[in-house]
Write a protein that binds this ligand. Structure first.
Ligand code: HEC
Length: 154
């Protein structure tokens, strides 16, 4: 009996290890999603203000649906240049507002909840991306985003 319990608990540790990481990322992301809700909406479909939206819905975002979680994180870190009046809000750079855990969490939470993914971004990855793009001072243009999206499909 003791042996059985030992085996079972070893199994549990092995299996729960990675699920725990995802669960932690989802929890951190859900908490930080409050930062996005004001514009992207409680349901992630974009906050409607009269005839206009504050921001696009995640369900209509090619970035959120794509496999490119790095591009998603980059947009959140650097923001998007406001080029037209399509949306009332503006995607500001949020890297200073999110630590690595929050960044990994929010990307994980939104990808899984609205983008049809079943994966997670690790705190380590978020840290790597932050360092990789530390020199980028400008927000992204829509053209840059489209190009990066296209490149990652190749
Ligand atoms: C003050 C309003 C506002 C807040 C807060 C905000 N966003 Fe945005 N976001 C926007 C707007 C506006 C756009 C569209 C910009 C454009 O295309 O010109 C956008 C675009 C995006 C996009 C790109 C969608 C696409 O495919 O074009 C992502 C991803 C995104 N936001 C994620 C987030 C996340 C994650 C948060 C919270 C951590 C957040 N945003 C908070 C306004 C906001």
């Amino acid at each position: 009996m003791k042996k059985l319990i030992l085996t079972l608990s070893l199994l549990a540790v092995g299996i729960v290890g990675s699920a725990d990481d995802k669960e932690a990322a989802m929890a951190a992301g859900k908490a930080k999603f409050a930062t996005c809700m004001a514009c992207h909406g409680l349901d992630g479909k974009g906050m409607q203000v009269g005839p206009q939206k504050m921001a696009p819905g995640y369900d209509e975002s090619e970035v959120v649906k794509s496999d490119n979680a790095e591009l998603f994180a980059l947009i959140v870190m650097k923001g998007i240049k406001k080029e037209d009046a399509k949306y009332m809000g503006m995607m500001a750079p949020l890297e200073a507002a999110l630590d690595d855990e929050a960044l990994a969490g929010v990307v994980t939470y939104i990808r899984n909840t609205f983008g049809g993914h079943d994966d997670f971004v690790t705190v380590e990855q978020a840290k790597e991306w932050r360092a990789k793009y530390a020199d980028v001072k400008d927000s992204l243009t829509r053209d840059e985003i489209a190009k990066k999206l296209e490149e990652s499909k190749k």
